[in-house]
Design a protein around this ligand. Structure first.
Ligand code: SF4
Length: 283
């Protein structure tokens, strides 16, 4: 039986992108190939909030105890090895049972499934086929993989997506929400912008590109990235989303980001989880 190290499993509304406002089960896998200390913070800076949290790790017994951060990755606990004890390794059977408990009717109806991270397309791809073809997942109509767009799909997972995805032979809508990491995240362009990888996703589902924008200088880099993705044949919609792990940051820049999107004929994505729940864990 396959297993997945699960950082969070909860039921909420999708807060971002194409399915914003849709009731959804979120499966957050553990692990990421990036560390995104950035969004303005140099890597390894001792003032990094995440390092401060890790120093006091003993006092945090669960996700809900963890502080929100103002800079860097707002889902840091889903990949920081110092916090890995908060993410249990679960069998696909037990994940399906937990999902049933979360669904209002105890089985899938109109709800959406979001597989997120961390980076969910790391090694967990080998378990997704088992999970998604489990009899307890019958009735599921649509799935979004929230990815940073750097991980190639494995041959086995491609076969599964081909059989089950509505783009090919199946009837489940498969969506890849690609949130490419620009320099504000602290990651390197040549490691973060991999258009050939993302172009391959489009063979198996719908792809849209989502960019987190903070200030004017970010948008020039987004323009450059969009040019590169388009030049590689990627046709999916573009979303701009304001930076904002916390409401103070989010509410200070969302109008400017909306105007940047309008000016380019792109879509704007809110962060509904900040609007409604102030980005608390489990939302
Ligand atoms: S790629 Fe995403 S999950 Fe991974 S560290 Fe960066 S922001 Fe966090």
């Amino acid at each position: 039986m396959s297993k997945i190290k699960v950082a969070e499993l909860f039921y909420s509304l999708q807060g971002e992108g194409k399915y914003v406002g849709v009731p959804s089960v979120f499966l957050r896998t553990f692990g990421c190939n990036f560390t995104c200390s950035g969004f303005g913070m140099p890597k390894g800076d001792v003032s990094n909030e995440r390092d401060g949290i890790a120093v006091n790790i003993g006092q945090f017994k669960s996700y809900n105890d963890l502080p929100l951060v103002h800079t860097g990755c707002d889902s840091y606990a889903s990949w920081d090895p110092r916090l890995k004890h908060l993410s249990p390794v679960l069998t696909t059977d037990s994940i399906v049972e937990s999902i049933k408990e979360l669904l209002p009717n105890k089985h899938w109806k109109e709800e959406h499934l979001i597989i997120t991270g961390g980076e969910p397309l790391l090694g967990w791809q080998r378990s997704f086929a088992d999970l998604l073809s489990h009899e307890g997942m019958a009735g599921l109509k649509s799935i979004t993989f929230e990815t940073n767009g750097t991980q190639k799909l494995t041959d086995d997972f491609k076969k599964f997506l081909f059989q089950h995805g509505s783009k090919n032979k199946g009837n489940v809508e498969i969506v890849f929400s690609v949130s490419a990491k620009l320099s504000a995240s602290g990651e390197k362009w040549e490691e973060a912008i991999l258009p050939a990888v993302v172009a391959d996703y489009e063979q198996y589902g719908e792809v849209y590109l989502k960019f987190v924008v903070d200030k004017d200088s970010d948008i020039e880099e987004v323009d450059r990235a969009v040019y590169v993705y388009r030049d590689n044949g990627i046709r999916g919609n573009i979303y701009l989303m304001p930076v904002g792990g916390t409401d103070q940051i989010y509410f200070s820049n969302f109008k400017a980001v909306a105007e940047m999107a309008m000016k380019r004929g792109w879509r704007y994505s809110p962060r509904l989880q900040v609007d409604i729940w102030r980005n608390a864990w489990g939302t």
